[in-house]
Design a binder for this molecule. Structure first.
Ligand code: FAD
Length: 409
């Protein structure tokens, strides 16, 4: 008695189920965990960065076939996301970089209104229903959950997400199921993830947060950079700048360590910084170099930085040579640090890679190989930039998959 089975009760699966049920289809939503939307609940530090004003720009999305996302983002655009949630009572507020958050600042309100919409649309919800077996029998899909329950329907939407954050129950079981139907998947890597640095000076800065421009060479793209918060941690570096760059760096790190360059004063040239040091030092010529940073740069950053540049932090500034001042100015402008690998999947916000998009129709998200099978969300080989793009992909692809499944003949 079911028209559509949706596997996965995350952002994409809930959206697909709501859309299909609103179009009059009988929909059952199967979720492995004990609650729906577990990643939504923890997203944006519990505030949920729901989407981004630039969410319709395909350049913010990555995968083997970068153009794949365009028709999906056109069919259900950022304005549609905002209208959809506004109808459910959610008003949004813009923050830096075009990021949109619910006015209530509560991720749980997003899950609550989606649950309400599922109920209103008449979707049957089964939590604790991990799907362990999937096959196509004549015109229908037969799905079995871990407790042996069997479900059958002519259309199936798989929205089982990626494998980042396994502590929230994420794994590759959904991808394995789709593979069992003949689909291929790419290699999987952690995305939007902190990076590990073995440099002792970096680790000595742990606990510090600075505003900086972080750049790196990324092969054919030349230089990629981002300006904003940078965090030094016990294992390396994190923060929005690093998460953004990780999308480009993680695949390259498989070939060996890379360099990041940190500009602690992105608005100043090394010459200007050298001048500023000169002024500070002549204003207080009795201070040590370390102390000369007081009120300007935290000693937690300044001391290891000086050490890494082989400059004598305890020397009195009037004894510093012009060459030493220039070394310091250059170090503040472009401090190179080595990164060797991404932090673990537990710390990654997304998965790079997934079900190959070459075998999926970008207009309907129906499988080219298995008629009646639709794919949505992070399960596909699509990952977005940091800043709400991954949810926009989940909403857009969930909407397209649910709509296409509902209108299939
Ligand atoms: C800590 C953290 C913070 C984040 N913050 C943001 C943010 O602020 N903004 C943003 O845009 N993105 C953010 N993301 C990324 C975003 O959460 C994901 O990209 C998005 O949730 C993907 O949606 P999805 O529906 O494809 O997958 P998921 O949300 O992962 O949902 C998939 C669901 O499928 C279920 N499932 C898996 N296998 C099976 C199976 N075999 N049977 C049944 N059910 C199954 C899972 O339990 C899960 O509930 C964050 C991610 C993390 C980890």
């Amino acid at each position: 008695m079911t028209d559509i089975i949706v596997v996965g009760g995350g952002a994409a699966g809930m959206m697909a189920a709501i859309v299909a049920a609103r179009l009059g289809r009988r929909v059952i939503l199967l979720e492995a965990g004990s609650k729906l939307g577990r990643k939504i609940l923890v997203s944006g530090n519990g505030r949920c960065n729901l989407t981004n004003l630039e969410g319709g720009d395909p350049r913010h999305y990555h995968g083997t076939h970068p153009r794949f996302v365009r028709p999906v983002l056109e069919r259900f655009a950022v304005k549609d996301t905002l209208a959809f949630f506004r109808r459910l009572g959610v008003e949004c507020r813009e923050e830096t970089r075009g990021r949109l958050f619910p006015l209530s600042d509560q991720a749980r309100c997003i899950v609550a209104v989606l649950e309400d919409a599922l109920q209103q649309a008449g979707v049957q919800i089964r939590t604790g229903a991990r799907v362990v077996h999937l096959e196509r029998e004549r015109e229908a899909f037969v799905v079995r959950s871990v407790d042996g329950e069997r479900f059958q329907a002519p259309a199936l939407v798989v929205a089982t997400g990626g494998c980042s954050a396994p502590q929230l129950g994420a794994d590759t079981s959904g991808l394995d199921l789709v593979e069992s139907l003949g689909h291929e998947r790419t290699g999987l890597m952690p995305g939007l993830v902190p990076l590990v640095s073995p440099d002792p000076h970096v680790r000595r800065m742990q606990g510090s947060r600075v505003q900086a421009r972080v750049s790196t060479r990324t092969g054919q793209r030349g230089e990629t950079s981002d300006t904003g918060d940078l965090l030094f941690t016990s294992y390396g570096v994190s923060g929005p700048t690093v998460l953004y760059l990780s999308t480009y760096l993680v695949p390259l790190l498989a070939e060996g360590p890379r360099l990041l360059e940190i500009d602690f004063f992105p608005d100043k040239s090394p010459e200007q910084l050298s001048e500023q040091l000169k002024e500070r030092w002549s204003a207080n010529p009795h201070r040590t170099v370390e102390r000369s940073f007081a009120g300007w740069i935290s000693p937690r950053v300044a001391v290891p930085l000086l050490r890494s540049l082989s400059l004598p932090g305890e020397a009195v500034v009037r004894r510093m040579t012009r060459a030493q001042r220039w070394t310091l100015a250059q170090g503040l402008h472009a401090w190179p640090i080595r990164v060797t690998e991404p932090h673990s999947l537990e710390h990654a916000e997304v998965t790079i890679g997934g079900i190959s998009t070459g075998q999926v129709d970008p207009f309907s998200l129906q499988s080219h190989l298995v008629p009646g099978l639709y794919l949505a969300g992070e399960a596909l080989d699509v990952n977005g930039d940091w800043g709400g793009f991954n949810f926009q992909w989940a909403w857009s692809s969930g909407w397209v998959a649910g709509q296409s499944a509902a209108v299939q003949p």
